[in-house]
Write a protein that binds this ligand. Structure first.
Ligand code: DLL
Length: 434
């Protein structure tokens, strides 16, 4: 099933012609209307007329999150303020928020991409879709919401919080699709268990999970626990929100990125050089149709690779691999690069542990220390200290073996690590900032 058959199966040649037309158009618009971009073009000595092929995108300057912050709140608007139909903002853990403005047409395009994404994930107009992404300035709730309405399915705008009540509503309304972060899905599932609601007994069949990193191992765990197909959805506020890319139910192998509206590149995060398809690097995105705040070559900091090989689902849009982390999430522990997802993978593979964890980094006498706090599985009868210690040692050993770092592993009581209603906070880095 496809939502927009013509666009989703556009042959590569036509896609590239469309992308070039739109790229030239967005360059013209930002050059004319956004002083920040006009200055950037002038600095590198180009005008929109210099973009003659898609390869010329390399001539354009990058845009970084700091540029959005420096222009807070409306400095990058490319249309008059009164044409903004809606604003969203990402809170950002550090510094100023990033504000995004959408025109009526931007909201329309966004709903279309989310509808396409839902259909790709196996959702149809007869589904009952429970949305537990936060509503508000965060793009998750309202973004999914508009897409579900565009698709014509039934939407339950639950938002985050009141977790037990939500589990009861999922049962009572017979939800067939759950949209939320993977960590909140687990939290909902736990709340259900406590109330005697087993997700496997509900008609629930699809999870649309994203907004935070998660692993293949976590997917498997959730699919078994919940009796669903757990699908990965990607997006970011700066570009739009959820629905920039999604896995298709047919292949479940990489996320189709909607290339008619967003142009992807992979670069080496250090040199900024474009990388060939298949290489791991930083995802850089250019909005091709956005009117409110168009962005050229936005550096997402997300690490992935591009796959242009044909997909069995028939969609021609490129696929991005499951995110390998963010270049700014990488922990350097005594010189060794560690991504939190690598630790998550090892936790999920260790029987007796639950996928609720937190990574604490400290600096003691100039040395970095890594502590992994992880909850025991509910069904583990941890009456014997010896058993616990051997489980701790087991995880510690695999972290040492696979990642090359020494970690202190601390087993925690089930449900003792704080649950989040949105994105889980997996890393607590207490090292002094340089
Ligand atoms: O998280 C938009 C979204 C909402 C996506 C709901 C999917 C579902 P931001 O708050 O701006 O927007 O955060 C964007 O979250 O750059 C990634 O680092 C991370 N992220 C988003 N989706 C995934 C995913 C929304 N599927 C940032 N896997 C992005 C891993 C993800 N990381």
């Amino acid at each position: 099933m496809l939502f927009n058959t013509k666009m989703e199966t556009l042959p590569r040649e036509e896609m590239e012609a469309l992308q070039l037309r739109r790229l030239r158009d967005v360059c013209t618009r930002v050059y004319a209307n956004v002083p920040f971009y006009r200055k950037r073009f002038d600095e590198v000595g180009i005008t929109p007329a210099d973009i003659r092929s898609l390869a010329d995108i390399k001539l354009l300057p990058f845009t970084e999150k700091q540029d959005l912050r420096n222009n807070y709140p409306f400095g990058l608007l490319a249309v008059p303020r009164d044409q903004m139909a809606r604003l969203h903002a990402s809170s950002g853990t550090t510094g100023k928020a990033v504000v995004m403005g959408y025109t009526r047409r931007d909201l329309d395009n966004w709903a279309e991409l989310v509808a396409r994404s839902l259909v790709a994930a196996g959702v149809s107009s007869s589904d009952m879709v429970h949305i537990a992404y936060g509503y508000g300035l965060f793009t998750g709730g309202l973004g999914l919401h508009d897409g579900v309405e565009r698709l014509g399915a039934t939407v339950v705008p639950a938002s985050g919080g009141a977790t037990k009540r939500q589990a009861a509503l999922m049962r009572d309304f017979a939800a067939t699709v759950l949209c939320c972060t993977p960590s909140y899905a687990l939290h909902l599932w736990e709340a259900g268990q406590e109330m005697g609601i087993d997700f496997r007994d509900l008609p629930l069949r699809v999870g649309v999970f994203g907004a935070e990193p998660w692993t293949e191992a976590m997917r498997h765990d959730m699919e078994v626990k919940m009796g669903i197909a757990a699908m990965n959805i990607y997006g970011l506020s700066e570009i739009m929100g959820p629905g920039v890319a999604i896995e298709c139910a047919d292949a479940k192998c990489g996320m189709h990125l909607w290339e008619d509206m967003v142009y992807p590149e992979i670069i080496d995060p250090v040199t900024g050089e474009q990388q060939p398809a298949g290489e791991l690097g930083e995802l850089v995105l250019t909005t091709l149709t956005k009117e409110g705040v168009p962005l050229l070559r936005y550096r997402t900091r997300d690490l992935t690779s591009l796959d242009y090989t044909p997909c069995q689902c028939g969609r021609t849009h490129v696929r991005i691999a499951r995110l390998q982390g963010r270049s700014d999430d990488m922990l350097i522990i005594r010189g060794v690069n560690v991504f939190p997802q690598q630790i998550e993978g090892l936790i999920v593979e260790t029987p007796g542990l639950s996928p609720n964890y937190q990574i604490i980094v400290e600096r003691e006498r100039n040395l970095d220390t890594l502590e992994v706090r992880v909850e025991m599985a509910e069904n583990l009868f941890a009456d014997e200290i010896r058993k616990l210690q051997s489980l701790e040692r087991k995880l510690q050993k695999s972290i040492k073996e696979f990642l090359g770092v020494t970690a202190k592993v601390r087993l925690m009581e089930p449900r003792s690590i704080q649950r989040s209603e949105g994105k889980a906070q997996r890393i607590v880095d207490n090292r002094p900032k340089e």
